[in-house]
Design a protein around this ligand. Structure first.
Ligand code: HSE
Length: 317
């Protein structure tokens, strides 16, 4: 029987870029510089309570309606732990931003609660609970392309999240990514709802070819393969209309040296793949212009792949 040994733990989990163009629900990678943090303390009583959330006043404190709370409820239940936990969430990633905000909170919460245990479980055994938490934000659908990179780190190909079949690939280290977050909110559940339920075989064939080219290009560092492969037929055509200036930003990125460009997750964040830090720095400024012109505030991150995933920041006896 698992039990708590520590009185306090704090964990962080990185933001992530999912889909990465053609890999809808399949490709995702963790990024540096931004991630939610969760503090956890055992309670004397049963049940999960959320004592507060910094950085966002709109997210529910009800654990059943909160991705971190739900993830921990699911985690405790799976381990038959009746003792409760209190959580404090530091929301550093804006909700509905397309860089795995809900996944990051769910992952950080489960990692923090796991760290309270006498014998913490390996990360692989935290996946189901984190997914149960994230499902709240995506209308009940289970997809692992934010949760898994946020938990495990790296660039992942997710074959079957429920069977925990995924593979971490080592992409070329010199590749940098620009991630732009225009300050508008797109709910994942809505952005999933507007996608077609079926695609013609011709499109499926093209999507398979694109995905194969992209992965080969990222592994080999072949710019041509990345450029040809990063296109998406499942989500981009339907979601880009939700992002003001999308086509303009894409044109600017591709005309100024980006190897690839697409929507991050369900948007509105966007990413460009760059062959150097210098190129990424230049692009991050240029790509922001269409948003500046529309008076839309935009945050910019330049990152390589974050290989660490979620980490425990502090544990106290
Ligand atoms: N693959 C998911 C989607 C990611 O595009 O709906 C959501 O963050």
């Amino acid at each position: 029987m698992k039990k708590f040994k520590h009185s306090y733990a704090k964990a962080t989990a990185p933001a992530s870029v999912s889909n990465v163009g053609p890999g809808f629900d399949v490709f995702g990678f963790a990024i540096d510089h931004v991630g939610d943090e969760v503090e956890a303390r055992p309670r004397k009583e049963s049940g999960v309570i959320i004592t507060g959330i910094s950085g966002n006043s709109e997210i529910s404190l009800d654990p059943e309606q909160n991705t971190a709370g739900k993830a921990v409820l699911s985690f405790l239940e799976s381990l038959n732990i009746t003792q409760g936990v209190e959580l404090y969430i530091h929301k550093n990633i804006p909700a509905g931003s397309g860089i795995g905000s809900s996944a990051s909170s769910a992952v950080a919460a489960v990692v923090a609660v796991n760290a309270l245990m006498e014998n913490p479980l390996p990360k692989e055994e935290l996946i189901d609970a984190a997914l149960a938490g994230e499902a709240i934000a995506s209308g009940g659908s289970i997809h692992g392309d934010n949760v898994l990179p946020s938990l495990m780190g790296g660039f992942l190909i997710i074959k079957d999240v429920e069977l925990k079949k995924f593979h971490k690939i080592e992409i070329q280290n010199y590749l940098h990514f620009v991630v732009l977050h225009p300050d508008i909110e797109i709910k994942t559940s809505y952005a999933r709802g507007i996608l077609p339920k079926e695609l013609p075989i011709k499109s499926i064939v093209e999507q398979v070819a694109n995905s194969s080219y992209l992965i080969a290009g990222l592994l080999l560092g072949n710019a041509e393969l990345i450029r040809e492969g990063v296109h998406d037929l499942i989500a981009e055509p339907y979601r880009k209309g939700l992002i003001p200036g999308y086509d303009e930003v894409k044109t600017i990125a591709l005309a100024n040296g980006a190897l690839g460009f697409n929507i991050s997750g369900s948007g509105p964040s966007l990413f460009a793949i760059c062959d150097s830090l210098k190129s990424a720095q230049k692009l991050s400024v240029l790509m922001a212009e269409p948003f500046n012109e529309r008076n839309i505030k935009v945050d910019r991150v330049i990152t390589r792949i974050n290989h660490n995933g979620a980490t425990v920041l502090d544990v106290r006896l």
